[in-house]
Ligand binder design. Structure first.
Ligand code: HSE
Length: 302
């Protein structure tokens, strides 16, 4: 048996929608799974030489997790990974690996779980739904957890939305970025985010970048995280100065996502801002991935 699983990058939060909003982006990890004598993963592209190559690989661990849930033994497999999503970037690389592993396990065990159940398992592994839900479903997804179950809905959005992501060469683990957040927030700041989260959804639905620019602000996580990332606050200002309508930290960072009608120097301006803070940066100009994770059977050998 041999099949390929494609999973898109995702940008979570989108400013005020902390742990709730996520957008799938047209940048994909492609993993070909084939039965093997032992668990192994080989990576080309992003993360090559850095990701575990045996049973500790996140794809293998996720597949094992699914097998435990199904109460079935998992046959060993080889994962040939062609990765385009940068690691620890705020672009959903761990979600992509988790979903790849869960879908691989599910396929190898002849589909004991539905896509919705796979999403629940993915949230359980990731700890929050806002990357895994859009990675599974594509497009803009609003999600939450209720008694251990994910509630997620895809919102149809304008097909004209394009983003520029600036990714600094700076390591900020999500765990550290979450640990920097306060345990309590003020009612005023909660209200700031609740109203704007709804308006961000409306702005994306209509492709209304002016509205997006007014409401893509946050008081719950970005102020605390921007302090940890050299150049990120400056990159956000620089993108706006270069004509971007709206900017936010992508996920927990360290990358910044900018929404604009054209590239017109937005990426370059963010790169220069990071460089001025002593950090190199890479630029990605991406459309929205309208569909989520998919299984492609290239060859059936048994
Ligand atoms: N909502 C999560 C966070 C996304 O901001 O911590 C992490 O990618």
């Amino acid at each position: 048996m041999k099949f390929t699983i494609n999973v898109p990058a995702t940008s979570a939060n989108l400013g005020p929608g902390f742990d709730a909003l996520g957008l799938a982006l047209d940048l994909w990890n492609e993993t070909t799974i084939s039965l093997a004598k032992e668990f192994a993963a080989h990576v080309t592209g992003e993360g090559a030489g850095r990701l575990a190559s045996g049973k500790n690989n996140l794809i293998v661990r996720a597949a094992q997790r699914l097998a435990e849930g199904a109460g079935k033994p998992l046959p060993p497999f080889h994962a040939e990974c062609v990765n385009h999503i940068p690691l620890s970037s705020g672009m959903g690389s761990s979600s992509a690996a988790i979903i790849t592993g869960l879908m691989a396990g599910n396929t190898l065990l002849e589909n004991p779980f539905s896509r919705e159940e796979i999403l629940n398992l993915a949230c359980d592994m990731e700890g929050h739904p806002d990357n895994v839900a859009p990675a599974m479903m594509g497009g803009l997804v609003v999600s939450t957890m209720e008694r251990g179950e994910v509630i997620a809905r895809k919102i149809p959005i304008s097909t004209d939305i394009h983003v520029t992501i600036a990714l600094p060469d700076f390591y900020l683990p999500t765990k550290q970025a979450r640990a920097a957040l306060p345990k309590k927030v003020s009612m005023k700041n909660a209200i700031h985010n609740i109203s704007r989260t709804a308006l961000v959804v409306e702005a994306l639905r209509n492709g209304d970048l002016d509205l997006l620019g007014k409401v893509m602000t946050d008081k719950l996580h970005q102020p605390y995280r921007l302090r940890l990332i050299p150049g990120a606050a400056q990159a956000m200002s620089a993108a706006k100065d270069a004509g971007a309508s709206a900017v936010a930290l992508s996920g927990a960072g360290p990358s910044v996502i900018a929404f604009s009608t054209g590239e017109a120097g937005v990426g370059e301006s963010m790169k220069r801002a990071y460089e001025a803070a002593g950090v190199d940066a890479r630029i990605f100009r991406l459309g929205v991935a309208g569909r989520g994770a998919e299984l492609e059977r290239r060859e059936l050998e048994n």
